[in-house]
Design a protein around this ligand. Structure first.
Ligand code: 5AD
Length: 436
């Protein structure tokens, strides 16, 4: 069998990055950064907001000419947009050979074989997959960090969100498989593992809960850091907080999307917790780990959000003092409850939503910067990940609190845990000096 040369473009979340690496292994392919050299081109897409899904589709358009020149080239779309639009994509995009949903990766190799033999244009979007975790991701030699998926799909019913539609119901991965993948990665030199799942801390199997899983992974020799993302506020348990505080390898950082500071909007969003409940969860985390970094996601302009609701979001942000967060203007997604509300009179004017988003982001910029400046003068442990993007005599890594640190240093330090004295706090990162 000749080896495949794959060009793959990845949009969206960590799960998609992970899936792209699985796609590479499913095909036993070598990767090229030049689509002209590829015999398979795949766009692994994200559907979380309208902009993301348009971007993915326009990216597919770019391969039309390539396919015209080389009819043997196979062009496919995978990921959440593939799942969402399925058949429609095959009809609309004549140069598209296949559509592959996020659960269907294990069947990709035989799919490609069929395409070559029968010139078919398959649409593989069934959730009915026996072994959804089959096919491990490709791991790049020398990379000290890696993701390990512990969960696919999502059982929550947030009104704005397309994820349950495109990734199906929650399936939790058995402990032994998670452990085996972690051990395989550690044998390859990985120092830091991020457990990933849509609501990662909802993971449970039989009597085992997420806190137990953290303990099991925490016992693996050779592993230095454990991260996990994304956490769902309602599923924070005492066991989980204790495990985070007690296991030295678990980083003191949590990504805990709140989405809104208004109880009314949280209810409309079906987030199943209140503002006070969220504040209390943060307090529990901070009581157990006073240094914990807390990041979040926010949506502004959800249908029905009034000026007063938005003020509640602003006041929550003031009260919590997040280390950082991502914030988005609400984007209606097909078939969601939010979309129905958006079609009604409840829609927030686009300009209003933009103004709110700008105000929120502007305020948080100041908080994040102040928090970064507070680090100046302190020594931080940094896991060195790679050369800095702009200057190869600089290195880039992260602190356990997920702050990016750039400092001058030699390439040999990549993969090592080093001490760095912080010299400068910037808007999105820190600068420092390597301490021998
Ligand atoms: N519109 C805007 N933002 C959204 N998110 C999810 N769905 C939407 C949507 N329809 C945001 C949430 C989530 C993050 C990954 O994307 O804040 O936590």
């Amino acid at each position: 069998m000749k080896t495949e040369t794959l060009y793959i473009e990845t949009y969206g979340c960590q799960m998609n990055e992970y899936d792209s690496d699985r796609i590479q292994n499913a095909l036993g392919a070598s990767i090229t950064k030049n689509p002209k050299e590829a015999n398979i081109v795949i766009v692994n897409t994200c559907a979380i907001r309208e902009k993301a899904d348009q971007k993915a589709l326009s990216s597919l358009g770019r391969f039309k000419h390539l396919k015209a020149k080389n009819p043997e080239l196979i062009v496919g779309v995978s990921g959440c947009v593939a799942q969402l639009y399925g058949e429609e994509l095959i009809q609309k995009i004549p140069h598209l050979d296949f559509v592959l949903g996020p659960r269907a990766i294990p069947g990709l190799a035989s799919l490609i074989k069929d395409i070559r033999e029968t010139r078919s244009r398959p649409i593989e979007t069934s959730f009915d997959v026996e072994e959804p975790f089959d096919i491990l991701p490709y791991h790049q030699e020398g990379k000290p960090t890696a993701f390990v998926s512990i969960q696919q799909g999502c059982n929550k019913k947030c009104a704005y969100c397309i994820v349950p539609t495109v990734r199906g119901a929650e399936v939790n991965r058995p402990v032994n498989d998670i452990k085996a993948e972690a051990q395989y990665l550690i044998a390859k030199g990985v120092k830091e593992i991020t457990l990933i799942g849509q609501t990662v801390n909802s993971w449970k199997l039989g009597k085992l809960k997420f806190g137990d899983l953290l303990r099991t992974i925490g016992e693996i020799d050779g592993l230095e850091r454990i991260r996990f993302t994304t956490s769902y506020p309602r599923d924070i348990t005492k066991k989980m907080v204790e495990a985070m505080a007690q296991i030295p390898k678990v980083c003191h950082h949590i990504h805990l999307p709140v989405q809104s500071g208004s109880d009314r909007v949280l209810k409309l969003m079906n987030r199943t917790y209140t503002r006070n409940w969220y504040i209390d969860s943060v307090k529990r985390l901070r009581d157990a780990m006073p240094d914990i970094a807390i990041s979040s996601d926010m949506i502004v302009g959800f249908p029905g959000e009034t000026e007063e609701d938005f003020e509640q979001t602003m006041s929550l942000v003031e009260e919590i003092e997040f280390d950082s967060f991502f914030s988005f203007k609400y984007s209606p997604r097909p078939g969601t409850v939010g979309e129905e509300l958006w079609r009604s009179d409840e829609r927030v004017k686009d300009l209003t939503a933009r103004e709110r988003l700008a105000r929120l982001q502007n305020y948080q910029r100041g908080i994040t910067l102040a928090k970064n400046m507070e680090r100046v003068g302190k020594a931080e442990q940094v896991l060195v990940e790679e050369e800095s993007r702009n200057d190869s005599s600089w290195l880039c890594g992260r602190t356990q609190h997920n702050r990016i640190v750039n400092f001058a240093g030699r390439k040999e330090l990549i993969g090592k845990m080093v001490d760095v004295r912080i010299t400068e706090g910037l808007a999105n990162s820190l600068r420092g000096q390597y301490l021998n």
